[in-house]
Ligand binder design. Sequence first.
Ligand SMILES: NC(=O)c1ccc[n+]([C@@H]2O[C@H](COP(=O)([O-])OP(=O)(O)OC[C@H]3O[C@@H](n4cnc5c(N)ncnc54)[C@H](OP(=O)(O)O)[C@@H]3O)[C@@H](O)[C@H]2O)c1
Length: 271
Amino acid sequence: MTTQQPVALVTGASSGIGKEVAVRLVEAGFQVVGTSRDASALTAREGLTFVDLDVSSDASVTAAVEHVLGGFGRLDVLVNNAGIGSAGAAEELSVAQDRKVIDVNVIGVIRMMNAVLPHMRAQGRGRIVNISSVAGLVPQPHMAVYVASKHALEGYSESVDHEVREYGVRVVLVEPGPTSTTFDAAMVRPDVLIAAYAQQRETFAEVMADSTSKGDDPATVAKVVVAAVTDSNPRLRYPAGATARRVSALRRYVPARVFDKQIRKINRLAG
Ligand SMILES: NC(=O)c1ccc[n+]([C@@H]2O[C@H](COP(=O)([O-])OP(=O)(O)OC[C@H]3O[C@@H](n4cnc5c(N)ncnc54)[C@H](OP(=O)(O)O)[C@@H]3O)[C@@H](O)[C@H]2O)c1
């Protein structure tokens, strides 16, 4: 049986941005399936159910997408929101830790897209919204692998969008700035610290605390996601929130040398 309502799958809907996106999409008329690695801890409501999903597992991704298609007979929207951060100087993180960030933030999205694209192409329509970040546009010392993962997501999304557009499918990016969620708590952090980075680490903690305290409400980002889902003529990129809009514009218009200087000034880096 195929439901009449459009169906959206939102990864990482247990907290933060994903939780708010799921609620807003229900309000916008979607039947929403949200995901968590422990969906049993979440309560379903009218228009919103949950399914287990670990985006770092092929089998889990296949099972979650089959669950949606089996239950509703259609899948119109995928919001790839699940993600984890990293904190620490690049050489303080192990390759295993770097791999974990890439596996969730990049390969996890690729797994999800590969699982849904055959169905979206067959039905001749679909929208994939990938939650990137201002970290997909600019560097951030002490978050290098997270920044790398979001830059990768930007390039991947833009490339695939060109492949699937003629089949009625669009891939778009939402780029939030700092947002008030529990994201910091789940960051991958170094097991062993290198003394040479002690001063930078202190500054980074201050810079992060300052930007987090001024962070946008997840609802601000969720509204932009709903726009990215429902726009009849979507843009490729949707900066979400005032900081993201400013950073996105600065990145495009400020000369590289000036931009470089500004990054070093904000992070109080020597030289
Ligand atoms: N907060 C910010 O300042 C900010 C800024 C820019 C972009 N973003 C991006 O926004 C997205 C959401 O972040 P958030 O701030 O809302 O953080 P959050 O509250 O920590 O939410 C992260 C979500 O990802 C899910 N998740 C983590 N690992 C997963 C895995 N292996 N498989 C499936 N799901 C997994 C978590 O679900 P379970 O633990 O329940 O599985 C959780 O629901 C991320 O992609 C992040 O990079 C955040």
